[in-house]
Design a protein around this ligand. Structure first.
Ligand code: DGJ
Length: 725
């Protein structure tokens, strides 16, 4: 009641104020402000997004340079728009005006809705904002609806539009391909529109990730300067447009990619766009990453406060060639080294069309009787008898043409129609998740598996192709353009049901490696497989990019065999562990292939990881030396929230001169604290810092730095820091 009254008062005040003086709508967190202004014509402008502003007086004088809060097509501007609609009478002009707004504050969350309406049509846009005080994160999304007498066609429906004014802008984004995901790139924005997008529909993050960092007034630095970081919570096609105009304003419009996705909206239907997650830092990129990591762990990742177990996945150790004896031998070795979860990857299913390679069996989720005559339960029990949990691989959205499922339900397959031949990728096709029957099938596949084997503790959800055969037999003829959007919504519906029912089962998002590294997938999963490329040298680059936005706790990183299966590069077991330890540590090899020395090292490394796991998985990550900087070193440190413990990991990537050292200044420590610094995960007794244990103040470690004697290519050292006073 009190809340309703307060809202009402705000609305009245808004009405009176709008006619008299500049009215601001202030969306705020501890250090960030996003401010909108309603002008005397009831037009809504964004006047500020950046550092927290306490005193807004005079801000209206600055508004002239900014765009409308949610730019629409037809209101006079020729810039990128957030919304474009063909109204029921065929006209295409939309001109939005402020109607009212509501704000609420509860604990860490301030929520705001601003209601806009077209000047002439019964066409409505609500702008929603959730501002998380402590993490300095703002989520923005919109709902679009109308009461026109026929359908309205939306051909642009962005989640967010934010603008900045600075002297120059540098855009950092993360691009790649299979086995080369999340490569960091920074570029100077010049006039025009730079877009980052995908049109692939599924497995959407492999080539370009729906995230970015934008630095104002100079290149982004780790610990200084103004940076805005953003990520879209949508695991489908996305598009971010960065428009730099003649007034040197930069406007970012982000949301679902409207490409081939005109969306028809009936009267009273609502289209809710995905959430765009933004943070602003005036302490450089690293603070922006920490804001996102903290927010993701608390609000966007399943069980972000629970430690992740150490996994041994069967893929690179066995591929499709296994039987129960081989798997049990792998489990023996895994358990001996201290692994906590054994995951059976691809190849365990299909009988009429056995899954002995990637050409057959996808869709037939019955245990292969030849390989595993005693079934999955036998494996689960064996894993548990060894003190481990058991996990399993699935790719439930997909089908091989050589499968019983494809024979039974060809109409469930996404297809080009008109007898056009299907375009295959990895010999497989996509099931049409816009179809509720397919959603039910996919749900049931997993539901039946998890009900008949309630002790399956972990599901790896893979997806190995994108949409190329565009066409749905389920969607009506005039709604084919909904396929990209409805597929993604269908997938989310299934995942939503599953995680509700199986709230304790761990889910991994995998899509040929890092094809589903996004905030939407993360809402339903505990971790993602960052890349099929497990070469530790290459992984350093991928993990470096990935952890700009997404936290290490969710970044599955596995120690595999050397020479590496993807690149042929040889690396020491220590180097492989030191890279994988930077995220959620796991292994992916046949333990029988390891010699005694290696098993001994792995056992100790796993025990070490267990002891430092809380710092890596729950601490803050600071990037110190970038592998991209080409000085041949990389370094990062993790600091516990109370700053009493830290882990420093240093890597040498190249050969260095005789007296050259990895010189690294740590970050995020308590300058007044004295830390005991000790090298851990050592291969030999030789020290790379000239001492075994040493007391050093936080101030010295951060301002003066430490020298690490790493000079050979692919060498690494890990240090544990523990506060002593
Ligand atoms: C692609 C995944 O990224 C791999 O880890 C593995 O699960 C294979 N698919 C199995 O087909």
């Amino acid at each position: 009641m009190i809340k309703t009254k307060a809202v009402f008062i705000v609305m009245i005040a808004c009405f009176i104020n709008s006619k008299l003086l500049a009215q601001f709508i202030h969306i705020k967190t501890q250090h960030n402000s996003l401010i909108f202004q309603v002008d005397s014509n009831n037009k809504l402008y964004q006047t500020h997004y950046g550092k927290y502003i306490n005193q807004t007086q005079g801000l209206e004088k600055m508004t002239v340079v900014f765009n409308e809060a949610y730019p629409s097509f037809g209101n006079g501007s020729s810039d990128e728009v957030a919304v474009m609609a063909t109204h029921s009478d065929g006209t295409m002009v939309t001109d939005l005006f402020y109607v009212s707004h509501e704000q609420n504050k509860q604990a860490n969350l301030q929520s705001t809705v601003i209601h806009l309406k077209d000047e002439k049509k019964d066409f409505y846009v609500d702008l929603h904002f959730n501002a998380y005080t402590a993490e300095d994160v703002i989520e923005q999304w919109t709902t679009i609806s109308h009461k026109e007498n026929k359908e309205v066609v939306l051909s642009q429906y962005a989640s967010s539009a934010v603008g900045f004014l600075a002297t120059n802008y540098y855009l950092s984004h993360f691009h790649g391909s299979h086995s080369k995901e999340m490569m960091f790139a920074e570029e100077h924005l010049t006039n025009g529109v730079k877009t980052i997008e995908t049109k692939r529909g599924v497995r959407t993050t492999e080539y370009e990730n729906p995230s970015f960092m934008l630095s104002l007034n100079g290149k982004a630095k780790e610990n200084e300067g103004e940076v805005i970081a953003g990520a879209l919570a949508w695991t489908g096609n996305f598009r971010f447009a960065f428009q730099l105009d003649d007034k040197n304003r930069c406007q970012i419009i982000s949301g679902i990619n409207p490409f081939a996705s005109d969306y028809k909206l009936k009267a009273k239907e609502k289209l809710e766009t995905p959430r765009m997650v933004l943070t602003y830092s005036d302490e450089g990129k690293n603070r922006a990453s920490i804001n996102l990591h903290r927010w993701i762990k608390k609000y966007n990742l399943r069980a972000g406060d629970q430690a992740r177990s150490i996994v041994l996945n069967s893929w690179e150790g066995a591929y499709f060639s296994f039987d129960a004896t081989r798997l049990k031998a792998m489990m023996d070795g895994a358990a001996e080294m201290g692994v906590e979860t054994f995951v059976l990857d691809d190849g365990w299913f299909g009988n009429k069309y056995p899954r002995n390679n990637a050409r057959a069996g996808l869709g037939d989720w019955q245990v292969n009787q030849k390989k595993l005559p005693a079934g999955i339960e036998d494996l689960i029990q064996y894993a548990e008898s060894k003190g481990m949990r058991f996990g399993i691989w699935l790719e439930p959205e997909m089908v091989n043409l050589r499968s019983e499922l494809a024979e039974k339900h060809p109409e469930w397959i996404i297809q080009r129609k008109n007898d056009r031949s299907p375009l295959l990728e990895r010999n497989q096709l996509l099931l049409d998740l816009s179809n509720p029957k397919v959603q039910e099938f996919v749900f049931n596949v997993i539901d039946e598996l998890l009900t008949s084997h309630p002790r399956i503790a972990y599901v790896k959800w893979d997806a190995n192709r994108h949409v190329q055969n565009f066409g749905s037999t389920y969607l009506e003829q005039d709604k084919q353009s909904h396929l990209f959007v409805e597929y993604t919504k269908g997938l989310e519906k299934v995942l939503e049901r599953l995680v509700k029912k199986y709230s304790r089962t761990i889910f991994q998002a995998c899509a040929s490696g890092g094809g589903r590294v996004d905030l939407a997938s993360m809402r339903y999963t505990h971790e993602f497989w960052a890349s099929d490329n497990t070469d530790p040298y290459e992984r350093l680059f991928t993990q470096w990019g990935t952890n700009h936005i997404y936290p290490p706790i969710a970044t599955a990183a596995h120690v595999t065999k050397s020479p590496n299966h993807q690149t042929g590069r040889q690396t020491s077991l220590k180097f492989r562990f030191d890279v994988a330890m930077g995220g959620r540590l796991g292994m992916e090899l046949r333990p029988e292939d390891m010699d005694e020395e290696e098993v001994k090292f792995a056992k100790e490394a796993i025990a070490t990881y267990k002891s430092i796991r809380p710092i890596i998985q729950f601490g803050d990550l600071y990037r110190l030396l970038s592998p991209y900087d080409q000085n041949g070193y990389a370094a990062l440190n993790y600091v516990s929230e109370n700053k009493k413990e830290a882990i420093l990991i240093t890597y040498s990537l190249n050969h260095h001169r005789r007296y050259e050292r990895c010189f690294v200044k740590m970050a995020g420590l308590n300058p007044d604290a004295v830390y005991e610094v000790e090298e851990i995960n050592k291969e030999s007794n030789k020290s790379v810092i000239g001492f075994d244990k040493q007391l050093v103040s936080g101030e010295i470690l951060m301002d003066r730095g430490i020298w690490v004697d790493l000079r050979k290519p692919l060498q690494s050292a890990v240090f544990q820091l523990t506060e002593t006073n």
